[in-house]
Every structure is written in structure tokens, then in C-alpha cells.
Design a protein around this ligand. Sequence first.
Ligand code: DAH
Length: 339
Amino acid sequence: MKQKLKDILELAGNEISVIRDAKSLEDARVKFLGKKGKLTEVLRGMGQLSKEERPAIGKLANEVRQKIESIFAEVAAQVEKEALAVKFEKEKLDVTIPGNRRGIGKKHPLTQAIEEMEEIFIGLGYDIAEGPEIETVQNNFDALNTELNHPSRDEQDTFYITDDILLRTQTSPVQIRVMKSSKPPIKIICPGRVYRADTVDATHSPVFHQIEGLVIDKGVTMGDLIGTLKLFAKNLFGENTEIRLRPHHFPFTEPSAEVDVSCWVCGGTGCRVCKGEGWIEILGAGMVHPNVMKACGIDPEVYSGFAFGMGVERAAMGRHSISDLRLLFDNDLRFLDQF
Ligand code: DAH
């Protein structure tokens, strides 16, 4: 029995001292000191010992238990120390390493352009109106006094959904919606997407953006239109910007004009950007046609008004000297990051 106890002590010493992790340590504890462990197993045999032998063996057994326990304590301390060291190594923090830069998104140049234009008109007391991109032929053409054989109605140019429904080709139908749903005085702009069956190239896209403007009140004149556009152009392109109106035809305005601004690069002397003209066309405008007002239940004998519509892409490209429209839709961050 003495020998057995000594063997257990030796075995425990050998096995426990090489343990390096908490789980194995616990297993070993069960193996040597547990209820069904080796030590208990030996002590069960105590009953067979003579009375004289018992105290000495009992004492030895206690010593063995204490020794094994102290081996455990020693190894446990070591295991814990090593685990901590591993943990520290893993969680080591080098406060001198530069941080990870997180890219912050920004608004698309077209959104920036729209918001900038909105700001100018909001400052002039305009409200922002909206209309659907899927429109009726009635609102997009008929109510806008567009004759049945007008080329813009052509199936080659316009995305029809049915005979009566289409993707709006202009933001002008929002004029109709606003005039039908509210009473003068009306003073709105409407930014939005429009669609035409154009093949993609450096200056064309089947989807693009316009900003429409509409003012209806008593006594509104062409002078008000010109003053408004002049103020807008100076705000957007710079204080020295001039505008000029060229006679034109739009079905929904009479008289109508195309409006140019003096070139924002050369100031009017002629350069590459304005193709030597000194002027760059930015929008169409005119006095709202009496037929359009009548179609919306507004009496043209009492009220008058002006309207205008401009292309957002054109303006944004001009201001940022972007030479290819496609860049605005490709969504290449290397390009977009510049604005
Ligand atoms: N809707 C016209 C276009 O897409 C632009 C336009 C011209 C709008 C004259 C107007 C306007 O409101 O009065 O070409």
C-alpha cells in the first residue's frame, strides 16, 4: 500500500508537471484526486489493513494528497500565467499605428447641382413641386398645347408604355399638375428625371434631369422672366454673368425663347468651352400659352405667367468642365470623388 501511494505520487508528479492548459489540468485533478480517482481507490483498501498499520498509511496518504495538491497549485499558477501572456500578446495595442481611414460618402455632382439651383429659387420664394416620371400623354403633350404631329411625340423619340402613358420627356407636365391642383399665385420649381429614346454618347443619355419653373399671377410680364433668369444666372455662374434671349418656339409658351449665358470660362470673348461663341445655351423659357392655362382652368384674361426648363447635366458639366456626359452616370468613384 505504501508503494502504491508512492507510485501515485510519482505518476502525478510526472503527468501534472507537463500540463500546459486548464482543461487537461482539471482532467488530471479528477483522475488523481476525484471521487473515483486513484488516491480514493487506494484509500478504499484501508479497511483491510491492521489497526497498527492504519495510522501510518493514513498519514502517508494525507501527505501524498497534500503533495499532489501543491503540484496542482504550482502548475495551475503556471498555466494561468501562460494563458494571460498569450492573451496579452493577442490583445496588444500599438497606439502609434495610424488609424484606418473610413471614406465618407458625398453627394453626386448632379445632386449637388440640383440642390444649388433649388437654393437659389427657394431664396426667391419658390416652392418645390414634384411629379411622377410615368406620366399621361395628356399631361406630357396635350395639355401643354403640343399638336398631334409634333416631332417630340414620335415613338422613335419617346418611351411609350401604352398609347396614353409614357415616361415623361420633360418636367413641363408638372406645370399642368400644379396648375390643376392649386390656384394662383403659383411660384414653383420642379427638379426631376426625364426620358428620351436617345442613344448614349458624350452629350446624350436616355435618362437625364431637368428643372422646370412656373410662375402664374396677375400682371406677370416677360420683364419678370428676364429679371428672374438674370438673377439666377449671376447666382449660379458668377456676378459678371450676362444672359441673352433668342426667339424660339415651344408649344406651351408664347412668346418663347432659348436663353444663353455668357461663357463662364472666357466671360464672352470666345473660347474652347463656348466653341468661340461667347455664349452657352442653358434653358428654354417663355410666357405661358393661353391654351395651357385654359386646359388647367385658369383664365388667361385674368392671369399671366412665365415658365422655363433647363437641363441639369448640361449646367453641371459646364461648371465642372466635364467633357463627357457618360462620366456622370458611370459612378466611378475616382471620378465622383473630385466634386
Ligand atoms: N420642356 C422643354 C424641353 O424639354 C424646356 C422648356 C422650354 C420648358 C420652355 C419650359 C419652357 O417650361 O417654357 O425642351
